[in-house]
Ligand binder design. Structure first.
Ligand SMILES: Cc1cc2nc3c(=O)[nH]c(=O)nc-3n(C[C@H](O)[C@H](O)[C@H](O)COP(=O)(O)OP(=O)(O)OC[C@H]3O[C@@H](n4cnc5c(N)ncnc54)[C@H](O)[C@@H]3O)c2cc1C
Length: 415
């Protein structure tokens, strides 16, 4: 049962609890040695995973994870005001939350909405505690923006399903214990109608994970191969052949999560990027330049607007509404802001953004950020796809022509 109203005294008591917890258990961003920042923020090394899991375990054990999630599944059933207070108090502290973004921002909401009671009871608590990390197995070499064109097959065999095929760009598959996979179970019906979603154990026989390297040098996502992988019938999420509905739910949550920031963790008060740029502009002396100040102000406004939109989306989700096209607004605006921030940092750094000395970690971090920003725009749906969704669902423009929409999948030409 969710508490719907809280008194100011209760909120104040909660604020003190959160403040004390962070003071005891977390590191302030400005106190992290520069050479340790990647270790606590990037999310790819084994060391980072240990740090991140420990942090999430402690957060959960203190009753501060899954604040607005239902209590019966391990959450706290608290209000959006508790979440806001938490965000305010968390601001300025290092939160090693990257490995949990897909788990808490996309997979857990999907299990909550479409999973069985047994799946919710089995998985949501361990997800909130950071004991289970999940990945999202949707994209394939021939099915990205048009994910309904997927060809990975699942065939029923007694009490099990047998999965064969390939996924790609799977973030965190190299450390995930479970994945949410969408498969083709009926090729005789139109493409959106023969898809089924399952939970897959990433350590099951026949699952092969191969890391991919990005232009930033990081290796956050993977190719994943399924070779006669057997999953029990109890792994089914939702209804056979109707997995598209659950998949859309995951994708909408993904857009909310990426756009609003925080992967369901409710991270940030919304001026993190501005704070970092203002610090950089102060260190280079550009902070006194009116053009720089004007651009900083624009970034502050955009970041705050996105944070408020994020609060509104989380409140709407919490009240039981399905994520709507506002997730696409946040995703589109968030990726454009990310690019603006990366470009502005490069302008401020001037030549040291292109070539830096070995001890100049600041320039290295901003250059890495610049190289990672296009990926952020593509993940979760490209800007073109977000514009299509907004044109159709918000502005009421005519739908894109889709000639293969009503054809049986097996008759569609695929690469
Ligand atoms: C950092 C990162 C992390 C990711 N993590 C995951 C993950 O964990 N799990 C997962 O399943 N996937 C993941 N992805 C994959 C991501 O969802 C896809 O890359 C994305 O959906 C685009 O698909 P695609 O790369 O196949 O490009 P395509 O769909 O081939 O698109 C190519 C180009 O064509 C444009 N285009 C395509 N269709 C249209 C259209 N109808 N109208 C206008 N333009 C169009 C696109 O905008 C794009 O510019 C990740 C991607 C990135 C970059």
């Amino acid at each position: 049962m969710t508490t719907s109203i809280e008194t100011p005294a209760e909120l104040e008591e909660f604020r003190i609890k959160v403040r004390d917890w962070f003071a005891t258990n977390a590191t302030r961003e400005d106190a992290v040695a520069t050479d340790k920042k990647d270790e606590v923020e990037e999310g790819e090394t084994e060391d980072f995973l240990v740090v991140a899991r420990k942090f999430q375990n402690t957060l959960y054990d203190a009753g501060l994870s899954g604040l607005s999630w239902p209590k019966e599944y391990g959450g706290q059933s608290l209000t959006m005001n508790h979440q806001r207070v938490f965000n305010e108090e968390a601001s300025g502290y290092v939160m090693p939350s990257t490995p949990f973004m897909v788990t808490l921002g996309m997979c857990a909401p999907t299990i909550l909405q479409y999973g069985t009671e047994e799946q919710r009871k089995r998985h949501i608590g361990p997800m909130l505690r950071g004991d289970e990390i999940w990945c999202q197995l949707f994209s394939e070499p021939g099915a990205g923006s048009d994910v309904a064109g997927l060809t990975t097959k699942a065939v029923k065999d007694g009490d099990e399903w047998v999965i064969n095929g390939q996924k790609v760009w799977t973030s965190g598959a190299h450390y995930a214990s479970f994945g949410l996979i969408v498969t083709r179970t009926n090729p005789d019906v139109p493409k959106h109608k023969g898809i089924t979603m399952f939970i897959v154990d990433m350590k099951a026989p026949g699952v092969t994970v191969r890391p991919l390297r990005q232009m930033s040098g990081a290796s956050g996502f993977n190719e994943v191969f399924f070779d006669n992988v057997r999953v029990p019938a109890t792994s089914l999420v939702g209804v056979v052949d109707q997995g598209w509905t659950a998949a859309i739910g995951t994708l909408m949550n993904e857009r909310v999560s990426i756009g609003a920031g925080g992967g369901g963790l409710g991270r940030g008060t919304g001026t993190v990027q501005f704070d970092r740029l203002a610090e950089l502009a102060t260190s280079t002396g550009a902070i006194t330049d009116p053009v720089t100040r004007n651009e900083l102000a624009t970034i502050w406004v955009k970041e705050r607007t996105l944070a408020i939109l994020g609060d509104r989306m989380r409140a709407s989700l919490k009240s039981g509404k399905a994520p709507g096209p506002e997730g696409s607004i946040a995703k589109l605006a968030g990726s454009e802001l990310g690019k603006q921030v990366a470009d502005m940092a490069m302008d401020l750094l001037a030549e040291s953004g292109q070539a830096w000395t070995n001890d100049d970690e600041e320039s290295l971090r901003w250059a890495t950020n610049l190289l990672a920003s296009p990926g952020g725009a593509i993940a979760g749906g490209t800007p073109e796809i977000m514009r299509n969704i907004l044109g159709e669902r918000t502005l009421g423009l005519p739908k894109e022509p889709q000639l293969d929409r009503d054809m049986p999948f097996k008759e569609i030409r695929t690469n």
